[in-house]
Ligand binder design. Structure first.
Ligand SMILES: [Fe+2]
Length: 633
């Protein structure tokens, strides 16, 4: 500990010299000697002594009391008066200037020692109290600030200002650790020393005494106190800089880490040794309060941001749906939550309020309420329900209409909501019905045309009357047995009904000739396939009817007519009709021979299986005919 430095203000040189000698013997150091009040004020400012021995009577303009008052205004140095005249009025005056002691001249050594020690101790205790008071006030002010400042940056900046203002720190700054590179970044600062000091202390970049203390405080998570940069070997490189800016001591207090926030509060003083345990304790509390406040603000603003985002998305949602031309309703637990203008119009309501909290089932026709209720229940329970279905709506005036509903679910504030888009399909339903009716009529007209065509040939050839119908029946049964699809079966049905239509071009005498045909007559008969094709080829069937008819006398081995097609080149429909044709013809009576019967017909197709007839078709045909209950009629 350095010896206390005492300024002697005494206009009598011998007395002054004697005082200096006594002080030296007592272990004090003389900070200087002044003979006038003016010189005393100047020296006190320059030397900043720990105490002043002040003679009341001085040569010159100023008395010792006036000099003490002047010093007192600018600095807090304990003053001990020396006086040869213990007059009451002088003593009263001296007391006003808060003298620590008044010693009578000539001063005895014992009294001087006691007076100085008492003054130094008292002053030390007082200034410590004052200091703590200042820090307490700073803490209180910052806490008050925390209660109303909602902007984190403003909070930190004002906290630094309070510290500098209330506690006379040269500089106060708060830094946060950059989560990316781990470097302390200056966040807020205060101090009337400008940027030069900030840079000199290297708060912003690189190294420096402030930075070094701050880094170490963050790393160790405990306060780092440098009570005198001038004597601390660790801070040797910055001694000169610190001296230049009047920085003597540093305290770096870590902000208690919370979530991602890691930071530090650093304060600088122009006096050594001021960061005692109590002050550090108070600063630590302050750092804790700031850290807590920052986190609370962050949570608050995160919450606010989330809420704003929610409101914004809700507004967008409403806007999109409100302006949609499709009627849209959002419901929750079966009750209306939101419905757009188009929805209100569709159901004949005027104002949204009319439907508020009303069950959506109120707008469903009684015939479809159970269906809708079960879908709502399933969706509410998080289970699957059709997302696209038809229903019936109920208007406000009680009228009903057909609807098509597209529904989906979404979660809002933890609750399942159903969003449904409703379409009025009354017109579509009508059109569909009209179309269905049209198709029915068309099909009937078509079928009667086919029947007319079919009977035209049979009228000219009474012996084959019913032949086409029976071939058709067997062909259809074989096609089904082979597993052909319904469309192909339908094609076979039409083709079967008209497969001999080409016989219209053959003279009736030849068709019904009871005797064997001549080769010319036979070739004329054979031309009926091609004639049939010619008659049918320009009719726009959805099936290849003309080609089936053309090919119904072709054979698998290429021995048929008219084009000697073979195998797969022959349509499956033609291959089926070919087999059915032969079986029916042999089973029936002909002008030139009696009926041979189904057994003979079976024998014939078995014989030709794989050569002239498609084996799969033959097998299917045999299965069909062998099945009990089969009949051509
Ligand atoms: Fe034929």
């Amino acid at each position: 500990m350095n010896p206390a430095r005492i300024l002697i203000v005494e206009d009598e040189a011998i007395l002054a010299a004697h005082l200096a000698l006594s002080l030296g013997q007592m272990g004090y150091q003389t900070a200087g000697q002044a003979a006038t009040g003016e010189a005393a004020v100047a020296l006190a400012l320059k030397e900043k002594p720990d105490a002043i021995l002040m003679d009341i009577r001085l040569r010159g303009e100023m008395t010792g009391i006036q000099a003490a008052e002047a010093i007192h205004k600018i600095s807090d140095i304990p003053i001990i008066y020396l006086t040869a005249y213990a007059e009451e009025s002088v003593l009263q005056q001296a007391k006003i200037t808060e003298a620590y002691a008044i010693l009578a001249k000539p001063v005895r050594e014992r009294e001087l020692r006691a007076g100085l020690e008492m003054a130094l101790y008292k002053h030390g205790a007082e200034s410590q109290l004052r200091r703590l008071n200042q820090v307490l006030r700073a803490v209180r002010d910052v806490n008050h600030l925390i209660t109303h400042e909602r902007d984190p940056q403003a909070l930190l900046e004002e906290a630094c200002r309070i510290l500098v203002r209330t506690r006379d720190y040269v500089l106060a700054w708060i830094g946060k650790v950059d989560p990316v590179n781990g470097v302390v970044q200056l966040t807020a600062k205060a101090g009337d020393v400008g940027d030069a000091l900030t840079d000199a202390m290297a708060i912003r970049n690189g190294m420096g005494p402030g930075r070094m203390a701050a880094d170490r405080a963050i790393q160790d998570q405990k306060p780092v106190i440098v009570n005198d940069i001038r004597t601390d070997p660790a801070f040797l490189p910055w001694r000169e800089t610190a001296d230049k800016y009047g920085v003597v001591s540093v305290a770096a207090i870590p902000l208690p880490p919370r979530k991602e926030l890691v930071g530090v509060l650093t304060v600088y003083s122009d006096r050594p040794g001021i960061f005692g345990a109590e002050e550090v304790q108070l600063l630590t509390e302050l750092a804790g309060d700031l850290s807590y406040a920052l986190e609370a603000l962050r949570d608050e603003s995160a919450h606010r941001r989330a809420e704003e985002a929610l409101q914004e998305s809700e507004a967008k949602f409403r806007n999109v749906f409100q302006n949609s031309r499709d009627p849209i309703v959002v419901s929750q637990a079966g009750l209306h939550v939101f419905e757009n203008e188009a929805y209100l119009q569709l159901y004949g309501y005027e104002t949204p309020g009319e439907l508020a909290d009303r069950p959506v089932l109120d707008l469903v026709a009684a015939s479809h309420r159970d269906q809708m209720a079960s879908y709502i229940r399933l969706r509410g329970a998080g289970q699957k329900a059709p997302s696209f279905y038809e229903s019936r709506g109920l208007r406000k005036d009680g009228s009903e209409f057909d609807t098509e509903i597209q529904a989906s679910t979404f979660e809002l504030q933890g609750r399942v909501h159903i969003l449904a888009i409703i379409r009025d399909i009354t017109e579509r339903k009508k059109n569909e019905e009209r179309l269905r009716q049209g198709i029915r009529e068309l099909r009937e007209a078509f079928q009667s045309s086919i029947r007319a065509l079919s009977s035209a040939i049979e009228m000219r050839d009474p012996y084959t009357a019913g032949h086409q119908e029976r071939v058709t029946r067997l062909s259809v049964a074989i096609a089904r047995e082979l597993g052909l699809d319904d469309d192909k079966v339908e094609g076979i049905r039409i083709a079967g009904m008209v497969h001999d239509i080409g016989k219209l071009s053959i003279p009736a005498e030849i068709l019904s000739k009871p005797t064997k045909l001549s080769p010319v007559e036979y070739s004329l008969i054979q031309s009926h396939s091609l004639s049939g094709f010619t008659i049918l080829e320009n009719i726009p069937f959805p099936w290849p009817i003309a080609r089936i008819v053309l090919q119904h006398h072709e054979r698998m081995d290429g021995s048929g007519y008219p084009n000697k097609l073979a195998g797969e080149a022959i349509l499956i429909e033609a291959r089926i009709i070919a087999v059915a044709d032969v079986v029916e013809a042999m089973s029936s009576h002909r002008p030139y021979r009696p009926a041979l019967g189904p057994q003979e017909a079976m024998k014939e197709i078995r014989r030709g299986r794989g050569t002239v007839y498609d084996p799969a078709v033959v097998d299917a045909c045999i299965r069909v005919i062998s099945r009990p209950g089969f009949s051509f009629n």
